[in-house]
Each structure stands twice: as C-alpha cells, then as structure tokens.
Design a protein around this ligand. Structure first.
Ligand code: KG4
Ligand code: ZN
Length: 396
C-alpha cells in the first residue's frame, strides 16, 4: 500500500510517501518504507511577528501543499492513482492550518475512492523514532517534548498509549521559545537559545528545577521563564550575560527532563526510552540522557534529526501502520474508514456542549477557536478515538 502523509498542524507543511510493502514486511525496518518526503518551513514568514500568525500559516499551507505533494509524488516515481490511502494530521494544532491538510487529504481521497485517516499529531511524534535506522522495539517509554506538549507516555504497541505525566503549564519547547524571546533571540528560539548556551559559563546562575521532587511524573516550566524574566530585569543584558542565562536555563530544563524520564524508567521497569518532538534535537538533553541511560541501564532512541520537529514522514508512517492494520483485520476496511472519516471533521470542529457553555459565558461565538477545549475524546491522554486493533510491526 502506498500512503500519502500530510502534516499542516502549525508552521510547517510536511508531505511524505510511505510504501508498506517496503517498510512493514517482516525483516524490514519501518524506515525502509519511506519513499520520499518534503518539508516547507514557515519560520521566515512568521519571524518578523515573533511567533506564528495563524492566518498567515493557513494561507501559506494553501500555497505550498499541492506543489509539495506533486514534488513528493514525482520524487517517489508515483502517480496519485497509485495511492491506497491518505493520512493527515487531524489535531491538535491551529484550526485553519489543520483544515488545509484535512481538506486536501479528504477531497483527494474521495476523488480517488481511497480512505483518508486523521492522525493525532502526537501519535506521529511518538512513532517517529521508528523511522530511525535502528528502531526501538515495543514496549517503551516516550518523552514527548515539543513546542506544545511535554508528556511521558508508556507505549505498549501502536494504539496503546498510557499517559504517565505531563506539564501542568508551559511545554518545554514553549519555555525555550519564551526564554529565547526574553533574551532577544528570534522565533522559534529553542535552537538559537541552545546554540547560545554552548558559549555560556557554567555556574554563574542557577535556576530552580521545577517539580523535580514532586514525586510524580508531571512537569511545570512556566515559573522558570518567570525566573529568567526577573533576572533579566535586574541585569544589563550584554552578550556574555545572555549566554550565561541561556546556559543556566538549558541546564535547569534538561535536569528536570532527565530526572523525570529516569523516574519513569524506574517506575515502569522498561528498558527503552524514546525521545520525540522538537526539543529532542537538543544536544545537551541528548548528552545528559545518554550518560544517565548508561549508568541506569536503559537504552535511548531518537528519531532521525530531521524528523524531530514537525514533518510529513511521521504522519505517513502512522497512517500506514493504522491503515495496513485496518485492511488486514477487516477486508472491507476501506468502506469502514471512509464512513468513519465522514464524522471526523465535524466531530473535531463542532464545539462540545462544555465549550458552548463556556463560550456563551464568555460571550464568544462558539467554534473551534473560541471553544476553550477540543472535544474530550480528542485529548491524547484519553485513548485516541481512531483506535484500531493493535498491530505488531516487524523489528530487526
Ligand atoms: O515538535 P515541534 O516541531 O513542534 C510542536 O509540535 O510543537 O517542536 C518545536 C519546538 C520549538 O519550541 C522549538 O523551539 C523547539 O522545539 N526546539 C528546540 C531545539 N530545536 C527545536 N528546543 C531546544 N533545543 C533545540 N535544539
Ligand atoms: Zn509537533
């Protein structure tokens, strides 16, 4: 089966083509199925505004998605009629941006008479380490550290995810971005802050390690950003101070992430930790986790660097795994999936009764953007609603 994957949840347009005959057969690594992929980053577009402007993001996805899709198909030597299914990021993300990917995926699928499947963005990140040359076997603990989420999950198999802990406020990536902003770095500032931290002097400043001794697997990063703001207000922000603050900030975040990940490994007794999401690209985090893993006796796996941040490959892979399981388990799967997908966009975009009530209290027009929450069944801590039977994928 040839599956097209589309990611448009935020500020990156990602498209990829996945061939299950190459990647999911016994003896193959999932990576082998990745036929072609392409990514367009909107970072330059949003840079002058200091953050993502949702309307600009949606419009850029509209501009980029079809040319990128054509390029990926051409690179993979395939035609759209060769597609067996289309996977797209259903959420969470910016409503308008998601709609672009969903509309293209669903209309193309309808036109071709193949299933379209909505993929949870975080499931894409969770499974992205399977795209490494040496993929982790199940079960594993996943540390998901992106711009919007910080979670520890127990992953038993595809579709079986248990949330062990998560941030109570800002995500780790968000804390990096906000701190980078305080230090006058661009957007998104995570990588720039990490680069600056390398020239910082250790020991000049020390920030708190929030919730490090809370006895659970939850996180909190918003106070850290406030500590940085307070310190910056008291000092002249010259280059050496910026670097020293960046160093101390990075150290604090890394210490907490490593401590909580180690606690999760101990608590569950599992042998493999997987790190996914944009902050997983952080060199200090990687080095520190490697040291910890060596002394505590567990293995750490990462996605290839290019698939740490948002991309189409992880969505194509997740779609390929789910669709191939569906086809295998239900010979009439295509019909079931297209019937199921009809409910998806409206389910996702229709505000829940709770959102409606809150919106009316706040005198907002009820809708996806004004509703304070996506529907409960869309939350990742709840079992994903597209749960299909769990499947085994080959490991080498
Ligand atoms: O996974 P991702 O692309 O986006 C979400 O799904 O949210 O992650 C983006 C986040 C941003 O907050 C970015 O600043 C952060 O990952 N990031 C980093 C590094 N590279 C990207 N944070 C720390 N160190 C890095 N090297
Ligand atoms: Zn992401």
């Amino acid at each position: 089966m040839l599956i097209l994957g589309i990611e448009t949840s935020c500020d990156e347009t990602g498209v990829a083509l996945y061939d299950t005959a190459r990647g999911l057969l016994p003896g193959a690594t999932p990576r082998a199925g990745l036929v072609a992929h392409a990514l367009h980053s909107q970072v330059a577009l949003h840079d002058e505004y200091g953050g993502v402007v949702p309307e600009l993001a949606s419009r850029d996805h509209i501009r980029r998605l079809l040319p990128l899709t054509r390029a990926v198909m051409a690179r993979g030597g395939a035609r759209v009629v060769d597609l067996s299914g289309i996977a797209y990021t259903q959420g969470p993300g910016l409503a308008g941006a998601l709609l672009v990917g969903a509309s293209v995926a669903v209309s193309l699928a309808l036109g071709l008479g193949v299933p379209a499947i909505g993929i949870h963005h975080l499931e894409g990140h969770l499974l992205s380490p399977l795209l490494a040359q040496n993929p982790p076997a199940f079960p594993f603990i996943a540390l998901l550290v992106s711009g919007g989420h910080t979670q520890l999950m127990r992953v038993s198999k595809i579709g079986e995810y248990i949330l062990l802990g998560e941030t109570q406020d800002d995500a780790a990536g968000e804390a990096f971005d906000k701190t980078a902003k305080l230090l006058g770095l661009g957007y998104p500032g995570g990588a720039a802050l990490a680069a600056l931290a390398e020239s910082g002097r250790p020991g000049r400043f020390r920030f708190p390690r929030p919730m490090i001794a809370s006895g659970d697997l939850d996180f909190s990063f918003s106070g850290l950003k406030t500590s940085v703001a307070t310190l910056c207000a008291r000092h002249v922000l010259d280059d050496s101070l910026r670097a020293d603050v960046a160093h101390a900030f990075e150290e604090a975040v890394v210490d907490v992430l490593v401590a909580k990940s180690t606690a999760a490994m101990k608590h569950t007794g599992l042998a493999r930790l997987v790190v996914a999401g944009g902050v997983g690209a952080n060199r200090k985090l990687r080095a520190s986790l490697e040291r910890q893993a060596a002394s505590a006796g567990f293995a750490v796996h990462y996605p290839p660097l290019e698939f740490c941040t948002d991309n189409g490959a992880m969505i194509a892979l997740a779609g390929a795994l789910r669709l191939s399981a569906e086809f295998r388990n239900h010979p009439s799967g295509a019909l079931r999936l297209s019937a199921e997908f009809r409910n998806h966009p409206s389910d996702t975009l229709r505000p829940t009764a709770e959102a409606r009530a809150t919106a009316s209290k706040m005198k907002l027009q009820p809708g996806f953007e004004s509703g304070p929450k996506v529907p409960a069944d869309h939350g990742f801590s709840v079992r994903p609603r597209w749960e299909l039977s769990a499947i085994d994928i080959p490991q080498d």
